[in-house]
Design a protein around this ligand. Structure first.
Ligand code: MOS
Length: 772
């Protein structure tokens, strides 16, 4: 039985995992009891900070007149580059940047230099928010302005090769085989250029920090972040404190989508303001400030060359990406990663080019790389299908990647064919008229499009602590964060099953650097890593109980070999004779052990079938990782109706089918896919931040002018999952679904628009002016 998946061995009924359990934090949220980072209002002497920002995108501060503002009642401090105390380390030097971590490569208020519009130039602290805002309006800043660069499209912009795309996962330049020769010789050659507007994350809860110096060398920060540990590291490094002197707490998040995956200037400035006034300080970014404070998805152009046989078999793919970065950063979304592995293609090449402009740096945004990369490859595959005269789904099956061609490794699991088949069945794809522009509903043009989705399981690990009480409840802790997507709920389910409890007997805590270290909730790693660490920690508890039993003269298991004992229904029993044993509560009570604690380390590539899931925390097995390529896969099917006179596009039907390993909660998973698909529909049809080319300022930095889908824009969405058991990825066999939900979505919409109209729009968003 040793080769059986450990999870099933422990709990064959798998009682709670997978069930559509309601959110355990739902009640706290809807009743307002859930405390977000800007809601710690009872801290003693709490005061308010606001940022004064620059309207000028490039230049130097000549003078700052704070005299009028200072005289206002309630004003406690006005910090500028002239009076703010120095930090132990700033990100402004390469060593500082490395120690602090990407993407902060420049900290405002460290000099008179202004690099982007929206850059903070002063922090105003007052006893009320209104007084701080009023005083900020009275601060007078004189700038020596220079003409800024607004994007790579400016003819003055110099392009450079970033060498390595900054997330460290993909080389800036990748080559497989001889793609140039293969393309030149290919009977079918497509060369197309795709452009992507600037997108902003815009989580419902803006960036917010409440900083409380409890002693001169002890800081607690309530921070809206996707990772408390990463924030702790960045802040302690800048402040010159030991990590344990900085506590970061994030109990609830109102979304993040990547913009809360890093530490940004406003957080550091709030901490400095709190130190300056000797009181807890709260700062919440305004919605317009959200457009210049926490990154964005960069404006970018991709040129994709696809060479194929006349039957549609891929021979060559050549990808070039050009995008805008900030004056201090080299960030580019790694678009080529998905293009390199989605299909079976013998040759491949990818290059990146960046241009510096006077903008806040771009950063990862939901499916960074995969989202825009999939737009290019999935539109090109659609073009290829029409070019060679076969169905868009057929062309994908024809080029199906039976292994990962980017690294020549077998997949740990891949159920994409099942996703295609089920999606096509639910959608009724077989009834599609192959001709573009030929289907009508009254005067509306009807189009059906589809696209493939994929997202990697990233290498990550984390720890958890489980305390089981003899009275039948448990406390489960890990320093993870819940973006609002259901981490509290699914981890409660995992712990319940692993401990043979019902979910109501589990109290799950997260979001605090005092708890065991978990990774950032980003890159879709939280569900797999955190669930695995909890599962392994529960195994540790059972192993300790088994040890207790076999040494206890009064136990029916006395002197049994620990490896002969298994756990069933919360009872420790002999594998060979399951009638012989006892329940853990009896054992613990007899031994005067009110509770017992276990810890666990969830690792990437430590799958249940390999028997490594319950291995020692520090063994760091890389074997499974080295042996397999680990990805989730899926397919989206979209129907649009286009008004040919107005150019308006409405998504009228949607089907998504994904395979992502074990699905922990049917309800939260479905919601996650729906949310990501809507995110992608927004990207496809609406979302666009406009950066003025003369002033490098955003002209629509608010939710009235930055359009996102509302309920009326979205049809009922059909979401299904293909059951998939992946024995290699991690102890729970969970791949994660946060990012894959939006991969391929823009292409599915664009492909449907093409089918409806016969017009190929390769520029996002697909607004009416581009259709007409
Ligand atoms: Mo996600 S863009 O890795 O938070």
């Amino acid at each position: 039985m040793d080769n059986e998946p450990a999870f099933f061995e422990t709990n064959p009924k798998a009682g709670s995992v997978g069930q559509p359990l309601d959110r355990v934090d739902g009640r706290a949220k809807v009743t307002g009891q859930a405390k977000y980072s800007a809601e710690y209002n009872s801290l003693p002497g709490l005061v308010h900070a606001v940022l004064k920002t620059s309207d000028v995108a490039k230049g130097r501060i000549q003078s700052i007149d704070i005299s009028a503002a200072q005289k206002e009642p309630g004003v406690l401090a006005i910090l500028t580059h002239q009076n703010i105390p120095q930090l132990a380390k700033t990100p402004n030097s390469p060593e500082g940047k490395k120690a602090i971590g990407a993407p902060m490569g420049f900290l405002p208020l460290t000099s008179d230099q202004v690099h982007y519009a929206g850059q903070p130039v002063a922090v105003i602290v007052a006893d009320t928010l209104e007084r701080a805002q009023h005083a900020a309006a009275l601060v007078r800043v004189q700038m020596a302005a220079e003409k800024p660069l607004a994007s790579y499209e400016d003819l003055r912009a110099e392009l450079f090769d970033p060498q390595k795309v900054q997330d460290g996962k993909t080389d800036g330049h990748t080559v497989r085989g001889n793609p140039k020769a293969a393309f030149a010789a290919a009977p079918v050659q497509l060369t197309h250029t795709y452009t992507h507007a600037i997108n902003h994350h815009n989580p419902m809860e803006p960036g917010a920090t409440t900083a409380h110096w409890e002693a001169p060398d002890r800081l607690t920060v309530y921070e809206s972040t996707q990772g408390v540990t990463r924030t702790q590291k960045a802040l302690s490094t800048m402040l010159g404190l030991a990590a344990e002197q900085v506590r970061v707490v994030t109990k609830y998040l109102g979304g993040g989508f990547g913009c809360k995956g890093s530490t940004w200037p406003h957080t550091v400035l709030t901490v400095q303001a709190a130190r300056a006034v000797g009181r807890p300080v709260k700062l919440s970014l305004t919605r317009p400030q959200m457009f210049t404070s926490m990154g964005h998805r960069e404006d970018q152009t991709q040129t994709l060359k696809v060479g194929a046989t006349k039957e549609g078999k891929l021979l060559a793919i050549i990808h070039e990406k050009t995008s805008t970065t900030s004056p201090w950063d080299n960030y580019a979304e790694p678009n080529s990663r998905i293009i390199n592995l989605l299909y079976s293609c013998p040759t491949f090449e990818a290059t990146y080019q960046l241009a510096r402009a006077n903008v806040m740096t771009s950063t990862f945004m939901r499916a960074p790389g995969e989202a825009p990369g999939s737009f290019a490859i999935e539109c090109s595959m659609d073009d290829l299908a029409y070019q060679v005269g076969i169905d868009p789904l057929e062309i994908r099956l024809l080029n199906y990647a039976d292994k990962d061609y980017s690294n020549n490794k077998p997949w740990s699991s891949k159920s994409l064919k099942q996703c295609y088949a089920r999606g096509a069945e639910l959608f009724g794809w077989s009834k599609r008229n192959p001709k573009a522009g030929a289907t009508r509903d009254g005067n509306l043009l009807v189009g059906w499009g589809m696209a493939t989705a994929s997202y990697p399981v990233h290498n990550n690990q984390g720890t958890a602590r489980v305390r089981l009480y003899a009275d039948g409840h448990a406390l489960v802790q890990t320093g993870a964060t819940d973006l609002g997507t259901g981490t509290y709920t699914v981890m409660t389910q995992v712990a319940a099953d692993a401990l043979w409890l019902t979910p109501d007997k589990v109290r799950f805590e997260l979001g605090d650097t005092k708890l065991p270290t978990a990774p950032n909730s980003g890159g879709s790693v939280a569900a797999g890593t955190v669930s695995s660490s909890i599962y392994v920690a529960a195994q540790d508890v059972w192993q300790k109980l088994i040890k207790l039993a076999v040494q206890d003269k009064k136990s029916p298991l006395f002197r049994a070999k620990p490896t002969d004992v298994v756990v069933e229904n919360g009872r420790l029993v002999l594998k060979a004779n399951k009638a012989k044993g006892e329940d853990y509560a009896t054992l613990m009570k007899r031994n005067e052990t009110p509770d017992i604690e276990g810890s666990g380390h969830g690792k990437y590539g430590a799958g249940y079938e390999s028997g490594r899931a319950a291995g020692p925390a520090d063994s760091g097995h890389q074997d499974d990782m080295a042996g397999h390529s680990m990805h989730s896969f899926g397919a989206h099917f979209c129907e649009v109706k286009v008004n040919p006179e107005l150019g308006t596009v409405r998504v009228t039907r949607w089907v998504s089918v994904h395979a992502a390993g074990r699905i922990l909660n049917a309800k939260t998973a479905r919601s996650q896919i729906i949310g990501g698909s809507i995110f992608g529909i927004g990207c496809a049809l609406m979302e666009r931040t406009v950066r003025d080319e003369n002033f490098a300022r955003y002209t629509n930095s608010n939710l009235a002018d930055y359009h996102i889908p509302v309920n009326a824009d979205i049809p009922d969405m059909q979401v299904e999952f293909i059951e998939e058991h992946d024995p290699f990825i991690n102890a729970m066999g969970v791949k994660g679904i946060g990012e894959i939900s939006m991969v391929g979505v823009a292409a599915a919409v664009a492909n449907a628009v093409f089918h409806a109209t016969g017009k190929r729009v390769r520029s996002l968003p697909i607004t009416p002016d581009k259709i007409l």
